[in-house]
Design a protein around this ligand. Sequence first.
Ligand SMILES: C[S@@+](CC[C@H](N)C(=O)[O-])C[C@H]1O[C@@H](n2cnc3c(N)ncnc32)[C@H](O)[C@@H]1O
Length: 375
Amino acid sequence: MAVPKNAVWERDPHTAAKHDLLKQYLEAWAPILLSRNDVITYAEGFAGAGVYQEGEPGSPVIAYDVFAEALERMPKRMRLILTEEDPRRAEELKRQMALVRAKHTDDIAKRLQVDIQHADFHPALLRKLRIVGALGQPLFVLLDSFGGPDIPYSLLHELGLWRSTEVMVTFGPTFLTRFAKSDNGHRQRGDEAFGSQDWRAVFEQPPAQKFTFLREQYRRTLREAGFSHTLYFEMVDEGSRKLYLIFGTQHEKGLEKMKDAMWKVDPSHGVRYRDPKDTQQQMLELEFEPNTAPLRRILRDFIAESPTGRTVPELKRYTLLETVYRPAEVIKAVRQLRDEGIVATEPHAINTKTQVTMTPSRPKSAPTGEQGALW
Ligand SMILES: C[S@@+](CC[C@H](N)C(=O)[O-])C[C@H]1O[C@@H](n2cnc3c(N)ncnc32)[C@H](O)[C@@H]1O
């Protein structure tokens, strides 16, 4: 995205969507992890000023409010570790964090420790996490730069060594596709971010595939670093540039909760998702009732790949791990596929014991249409 010059800048719709997602996720993450641990940590490498032009809260302030509420209900402790390189923003952030702390009780302020460093995020953040002993305990790290790429793979790798660490990284593919081909320095910056040179194959991709290619390469990078499950959110900034927010976790529960958060994001922010497994790459509006047409296409193909079909638990797990959908949407999707005559279920009732097979007379890939005229 275009890098703002002022200490505090206007909050654009994609930032509002990102904040909504973060809040929804942290509201699930904090109580679950606090119920099992005495202390958990939230960290940001690119913390910002803590406030936007019209007074909207920045991500550290949003996080503080969520955690304060969780700590009201549990006698536990949390740490917020923040780094911000710009001196004016770091100063403003200190002011904003003091304000949000003052909104809550002294008891919360004692148990919700805030550490702000005016520093380049790397290696300052990692060093701090080590010193306070946050590595190896539940830790959520938001690396929300303007898109970079500016997160060294070595940092991701270090964080990924710990099973209880989760990361969320903002990744903008534009810089590399636009400038890296002809500039060796920029290419090296890409190598550092991806941890290898494989991403350079982007230069041979057709123009329409370049961003998707880089996004998938970056998800692979996160997996290489240890984050076995990844999920991405596609956002478009105010200059119509694409930005991906990529989440990495080593826990299926984290994935499940992030998906829940993702489908709860306020649709008025205009965020949409696209399932990489959907052959039609249909964009999904966020709606109260998610459009499950792509999920049905994905499940149909997955069922068709196995001569004996799939069980409902298999379909749910596949949905959780391989699509943007939630397992809770599987039963309805299978019922719709059966109503369309595409699959059969044995027994008829759809539950954990049900085997789902393709209806023999149907070709594997029935012609597909747009939403509403599905098969
Ligand atoms: C996208 S903004 C962060 C917004 C914030 N996470 C929020 O949602 O409210 C990126 C921030 O990273 C800061 N920044 C840029 N390079 C940095 C670096 N190397 N280390 C630390 N902070 C950096 C910028 O000054 C800016 O405030």
